[in-house]
Design a protein around this ligand. Structure first.
Ligand code: ATP
Ligand code: MG
Length: 561
C-alpha cells in the first residue's frame, strides 16, 4: 500500500485510542478538568451523572461549580493542543500541579462522541453560554445564551459510536466500568477534601429521556479520610483502620540534596478482629494531585511493597487502603503515560526505600496485637516439672467427628506445646476423659484454666481408657498460637491437632480451615510460615522446606513435619 496522509477523522479516532479508551477514562478527563477548575475553591462541587444501562456510553454529564471557561477560550477549548494550564516546556519541567496539561482531552472526547455540549459561566458572565461542539471541536451553531449557575457542565451522548467493536465490548463490561467509575470518584474524594463529589446513576430511556435516579453516592467535602474510608467501606469500627500523617526527609547520597516527602492516608490494621480484613477491595494511590494506576510501574511498586510490609508483619495483605505521597513536583515527571496515571522520579529507589521504612515502622506499631494478659497461673505446673504453665493453658472445646486413628493403628496423641525432647513433647493423649460426655455436651465444654490443668494432669498420669478422639484447641488460649492466630491465621479459632504419628514417624497437625481463611485468601505459604513459627517456638526443629502441607477438599489443612 502506498503512503497516504490519513483523513482527519481516521487520524483522530486512532489517536484517541491511546488515552481515552473507556467510559471511566472519558470520565476521568472530565472530572480532572473540573478539579483543575476548582483549585482555588473552598466549597467545590462535582456532580457526575451516568446512565445505568451502559455506565455512561449512552449518557454522561459532569457538572462543576468551578471557574468556568473564559469567553476568549471557548472557541479553542475543544481544539487539539489548546490548554490554559501550560505555556512552555519549562512549566512542565518545573513541576506542573494541575491534573491536565496536554490540551488534548476535550478534543479527543469531541471526536468520539455523537453529541457533546458544554455549558459554562464564569464570575464575569451574566448568563451561561451553551456550545454544541462538532467533530472538529468547534460549535455547530451560534452558542446559545441561557440562565444557569456558575461553573461548567459537559454533557456527552453516545460515546464510542464511531468505534462499534469497542462500544460493544464496553457495553458488555458495563458493570466493571461502573465499579471503576465508583472507585475513581471515591479516590478523588480522598485527595480533594475541598470538593463534594456526587455520582448519580440514572435510568435513561433509549431515546435519551432521563428517568429516575437509581443510585446516588455523595461524599461530602471536608470529611476526614478516615470518615470517607469508614463510609465507603461500610465499616462500623474505627479501630479497623488508622490514619497516617508522616513526613520523611530523603537524602540523596553523595550530594547535599534533600527533599521532604509527606505520607498521608488511611491503612487497614488487618488484625484478626478487624472488619476491614474481609472488606471490599479499594486501593487508592495519589502522588501529589495525581491518581495513579496500580497496574503501572510506580503504583505497582507501591502496591506490592505494601503487601510485602503487611506480610512481613505477619498480617494479611491489605485489600483496602488510601495513600497519598506529596513529593516536590519539580522532581516528579508526570508526562509518562498517555493517561497521565504513572510518574517517574529520578531518586525513586532512595525515596521508596525511605518511604517503605517509614511505613514498616508505622504498620508494626499500629497493627501489633497487644499481648493478652495471662490469667493467674500461680498454681500451674508445680506438680509436673516437665510442663510449663504456658504449655497447659488450653481450652478443650468440641470434639470433631473425624477419624484420628494414626496410620499405624495406635492411639493418637495430643500435641501440647512444650520444650521437651521429641519423645516427651508429644504428650500421650489420654484426655478422652474430657470426651466421655455426649457430643452435644462436649461441644459446650469450656473449662477454666484450673480444670484444664487438672484434667491434663490426670490425662498424663492415667492410662488410656478408650480410643482418644481429636480435640479442637482454642487458639486464643495458647499465647504463642494466639499471636500467630491473630496476626496470621486471622479469625481461625480452632486448630485440630491430630494426635497422630504416621508410618514415617512424622508428626501430623490437622488444621481445620474455617472457611474464613479461604474467603480472605490467606495464602498457603503464610499458613505454613505460621506453623513453622509456632512449632519453632515450641522447640521443634522445622523449616519451611521440612514442612509438608496439604489442604484437602474438606477444608482440612494437614501439616506434616
Ligand atoms: N470544567 C472546566 N472548567 C473550566 N475550564 C475547563 C473545564 N474543562 C476544560 N476547561 C478548559 O479547557 C481546556 C482544555 O481542556 P482539555 O481537557 O482538553 O485540556 P487540559 O485539561 O488543558 O489538558 P489534558 O489534555 O491533559 O487534560 C483546559 O485547559 C481548560 O482551560
Ligand atoms: Mg483536561
Amino acid at each position: 500500500m502506498s503512503i497516504k496522509r490519513l483523513k482527519k477523522q481516521v487520524f483522530s479516532s486512532i489517536l484517541s485510542n491511546s488515552s481515552i479508551y473507556s467510559q471511566a477514562s472519558v470520565l476521568k478527563e472530565l472530572v480532572e478538568n473540573s478539579i483543575d477548575a476548582l483549585i482555588e475553591s473552598t466549597n467545590g462541587r462535582i456532580c457526575v451523572e451516568i446512565d445505568a444501562k451502559s455506565a455512561g456510553l449512552q449518557y454522561m454529564v459532569v457538572h462543576d461549580n468551578g471557574s468556568g471557561i473564559s469567553k476568549d477560550g471557548r472557541s479553542l477549548m475543544c481544539l487539539n493542543c489548546t490548554t490554559s494550564k501550560l505555556r512552555t516546556i519549562d512549566d512542565l519541567n518545573q513541576g506542573i500541579t494541575t491534573c491536565g496539561f496536554r490540551g488534548e482531552a476535550l478534543y479527543f472526547i469531541s471526536q468520539l462522541s455523537k453529541q457533546m455540549q458544554i455549558k459554562t459561566r464564569t464570575a464575569h458572565d451574566d448568563v451561561c453560554e451553551v456550545w454544541n461542539v462538532n467533530k472538529e471541536g468547534l460549535p455547530s451553531a451560534v452558542p446559545e445564551k441561557i440562565a444557569g449557575p456558575f461553573g461548567t457542565t459537559v454533557k456527552l451522548q453516545e460515546i464510542f459510536s464511531s468505534t462499534p467493536v469497542r462500544k460493544q465490548f464496553l457495553q458488555k463490561h458495563f458493570r466493571s466500568q461502573m465499579e471503576k467509575i465508583r472507585r475513581m470518584i471515591i479516590g478523588y474524594s480522598f485527595a480533594y477534601r475541598n470538593i463534594r463529589f456526587q455520582l448519580e446513576v440514572l435510568d435513561v430511556s433509549f431515546n435519551g429521556h432521563l428517568g429516575s435516579v437509581i443510585d446516588n453516592m455523595m461524599i461530602p467535602s471536608k470529611s476526614s479520610s478516615l470518615e470517607i474510608a469508614m463510609n465507603v467501606l461500610k465499616l462500623r469500627e474505627k479501630e479497623s483502620l488508622f490514619e497516617l500523617d508522616e513526613s520523611v526527609d530523603i537524602h540523596i547520597p553523595n550530594s547535599d540534596d534533600t527533599f521532604k516527602v509527606h505520607i498521608s492516608g488511611v491503612l487497614p490494621r488487618m488484625r484478626a478482629q478487624d472488619e476491614v480484613a474481609a472488606s471490599r477491595r479499594l486501593k487508592v494511590l495519589f502522588v501529589n494531585e495525581r491518581l495513579l494506576s496500580l497496574k503501572l510501574k510506580f503504583g505497582r511498586t507501591i502496591s506490592r511493597g505494601l503487601n510485602d510490609l503487611y506480610e512481613q508483619a505477619m498480617l494479611l495483605k491489605p485489600q483496602a487502603w488510601f495513600l497519598k505521597l506529596d513529593i516536590p513536583p519539580e522532581i516528579v515527571d508526570v508526562n509518562i503515560e498517555p493517561s497521565k496515571d504513572d510518574v517517574m522520579i529520578p531518586a525513586e529507589l532512595i525515596l521508596l526505600t525511605d518511604v517503605f521504612r517509614c511505613l514498616r515502622r508505622i504498620i508494626r506499631k499500629e497493627c501489633t496485637v497487644p499481648e493478652e494478659q495471662p490469667e493467674d497461673l500461680t498454681n500451674f505446673g508445680t506438680s509436673n516439672p516437665s510442663l510449663d504453665a504456658d504449655d497447659v493453658e488450653l481450652t478443650v472445646q468440641t470434639i470433631a467427628p473425624v477419624d484420628t486413628t494414626s496410620s499405624d493403628g495406635k492411639a493418637d496423641s495430643l500435641f501440647v506445646p512444650n520444650n521437651c525432647d521429641h519423645t516427651t513433647k508429644r504428650v500421650e493423649t489420654h484426655v478422652s476423659i474430657l470426651h466421655e460426655s455426649s457430643d452435644d455436651e462436649a461441644s459446650s465444654i469450656i473449662l477454666s484454666p484450673q480444670e484444664e490443668l487438672t484434667q491434663v494432669r490426670e490425662s498424663l498420669t492415667s492410662p488410656p481408657t478408650s480410643q482418644p478422639k481429636p480435640i479442637q484447641i482454642s487458639l486464643k488460649r495458647i499465647p504463642l498460637i494466639s499471636e500467630m492466630s491473630q496476626r496470621t491465621l486471622g479469625l481461625v479459632q480452632n486448630v485440630l491437632f491430630t494426635p497422630s504419628r504416621n508410618k514415617d514417624h512424622r508428626n501430623d497437625i490437622l488444621f481445620r480451615e474455617s472457611g474464613w481463611t479461604s474467603r480472605v485468601g490467606i495464602p498457603t505459604q503464610l499458613l505454613q510460615l505460621g506453623f513453622v513459627e509456632i512449632l519453632k517456638k515450641n522447640g521443634h526443629r522445622v523449616s519451611l522446606s521440612s514442612l509438608k502441607t496439604e489442604l484437602n477438599k474438606d477444608g482440612i489443612f494437614k501439616v506434616e513435619f
